[in-house]
Design a protein around this ligand. Structure first.
Ligand SMILES: [Zn+2]
Length: 368
């Protein structure tokens, strides 16, 4: 049983503060509020009885992305694995400002996840990023950062990282998502800067803001358990992933017309080039135009809001090889070999209406 949280301003003496085999929660001071109250982030440290690597798991760096918060609080309260070696530094909410106000951002409207590694003399965001980076990230050997899609969008679970680096590719593959997106990450993002400074970091992108989605939480916890198993921090064997693909290129299919979207695909669905993705209708139901897949792809994310104006992002596609599309859509393969994959797909599609595209007539109608 862990003791009451300890307030501190540095995690420098973590090994003295948490004995081997013990747990401890902390409140790390990283800023001050307008009314002069200390801003502290909650940190839970679990130490294995034996020496080993040090890992961080962070969530809600964007304050409204709380699926990861749900996963971490679960791992804290009811651990699905026994940590034997090393140290796990879990931060259920990094951006406490945003979390308190249901917002992605900080009070100065800056994005904390574009502010790393930060600086001690910079803006509010830069200073907070600096504290998080120096106190948490730099004290670890690798990390997992948990995210969701932005407001009014959802993501099918996928891990992202710079997979040109073998250590990151191993982490990403072990995590166990079917889809792995190879990218450095945006400038100033925690994973990009951590990786650049020698702390290999992957992220999970899954689900929506303002929600703790049950099966997304299962995906996150399975991934955490698999990565810790890979690093020999537990005595479990990582669960093998039956089907996995690295995606090198992603693109958004954007609305061409203003109108009300009828979706023909759901998150996680595999689509063929030229397949209809969504129909943009007038509010009287007349078809205005149809959006088609520009390539063979998987739907890694999409809007959940059917109202769209020209240029607004509708479907986020990850390009995949034709051979994989053929395999996944083959009549022999009725379900993905990973049952959790199918379950999440089912769950995420309950948020949107998905209809089959009927044989269409003219894309513009007199009732338009
Ligand atoms: Zn995010």
């Amino acid at each position: 049983m862990s003791l009451a949280p300890v307030s501190l301003s540095s995690l420098e003496n973590l090994d003295q503060l948490v004995a081997p085999g013990a747990d401890q929660s902390f409140r790390l001071t990283i800023s001050e509020s307008y009314s002069g109250v200390m801003i502290q982030i909650p940190i839970f440290v679990r130490r294995g009885a034996l020496p080993g690597p040090s890992a961080f798991i962070t969530a809600a760096l964007h304050g409204n992305e709380i699926n990861g918060t749900g996963a971490i609080t679960h791992v804290i309260r009811d651990p699905p694995f026994r940590l034997l070696r090393g140290r796990l530094v879990m931060v259920p909410v990094v951006n406490v400002h945003g979390f308190e106000t249901y917002s992605r951002y900080l009070p100065d409207r800056r994005d904390l996840n574009r502010s790393f590694p930060g600086s001690a003399q910079g803006s509010l965001a830069a200073r907070m990023a600096h504290r998080v980076f120096q106190e948490i990230v730099k004290r670890c050997d690798f990390g997992i950062d948990l995210h969701t899609a932005a407001v009014r969008r959802t993501n099918f679970p996928n891990v992202r990282g710079d997979f040109s680096i073998p250590a990151i590719k191993k982490l990403g593959a072990a995590f166990g998502c079917q889809w792995m997106i190879n990218s450095h990450g945006p400038l100033g993002s925690l994973r990009r800067e951590a990786t650049r400074q020698g702390v290999p970091t992957i992220i999970l992108e899954a689900g929506e803001v303002w929600k703790v989605e049950p099966r997304v939480v299962v995906v996150a916890m399975r991934g955490i358990r698999n990565v810790l198993a890979l690093q020999n921090m537990t005595d479990e064997a990582p669960e093998p992933t039956p089907m996995q693909q690295v995606i090198e290129k992603t693109r958004w299919v954007r609305a061409e017309r203003g109108g009300f979207l009828e979706f023909h695909v759901a998150p996680g669905e595999v689509v063929r080039c030229d397949q209809p993705l969504a129909t943009n209708n007038s509010l009287f139901g007349a078809e205005r135009n149809v959006l088609y897949a520009p390539c063979d792809a998987v739907v890694i994310g999409m809007t959940t809001l059917p109202a769209a104006s020209p240029g607004e992002p509708v479907i986020h596609l990850g390009e995949i090889p034709r051979s994989l599309v053929d395999l996944i859509l083959s009549p022999e393969l009725q379900h993905c070999p990973d049952p959790l994959h199918d379950q999440v797909k089912e769950d995420l599609a309950t948020n949107i209406v998905v209809t089959a595209k009927e044989a269409s007539g003219d894309a513009t109608s007199p009732n338009d």
